[in-house]
Design a protein around this ligand. Sequence first.
Ligand code: FMN
Length: 150
Amino acid sequence: MKQELYRVVYCSRIRLSGGEARIAGELRQILATSRRNNARADISGALLFANNCFAQTLEGPRAAVEQCFERIQNDPRHADVTVLEYGVTAAREFPKWSMAFAGDPATTTHDPLAFVVFEGAFARSRPDSGSAMLGLLHGLVRREEAWALA
Ligand SMILES: Cc1cc2nc3c(=O)[nH]c(=O)nc-3n(C[C@H](O)[C@H](O)[C@H](O)COP(=O)(O)O)c2cc1C
């Protein structure tokens, strides 16, 4: 039987001291690890780092997504992990990406739109925080793809 496709969307706050160079180094490491592990586990998704917060979506077979998210939740590099959406989904949002990165790893970006979405998400002030965050990830990844093509 084909395994159900699962998706989790969450946000968290970075817990790293040090300057931009240290954070950029950690981000590169997180992305490299994610791409290696996720490709092997049939997981796709996207990661945003902005305003000292992370947002991420993982999508793939249920067991793989659960195992991966368990490791992520225990990672001391971030805290306040807030789940915005969790469950079965019909289709992948990021089928081409083992982990797309929305943001600039060289800087600790402040993005005003992301700020609004993060604030709402951490406060859980809206029931649709998960789809708002997915929409933000989608828009940013598409923007990066457009730049890559330019
Ligand atoms: C914000 C954030 C996102 C992460 N995303 C992933 C991910 O998508 N896949 C993954 O395998 N590890 C991810 N990690 C890293 C895991 O927490 C953990 O360090 C890693 O899976 C360990 O893998 P390894 O045993 O191959 O080194 C993430 C960590 C953070 C802080």
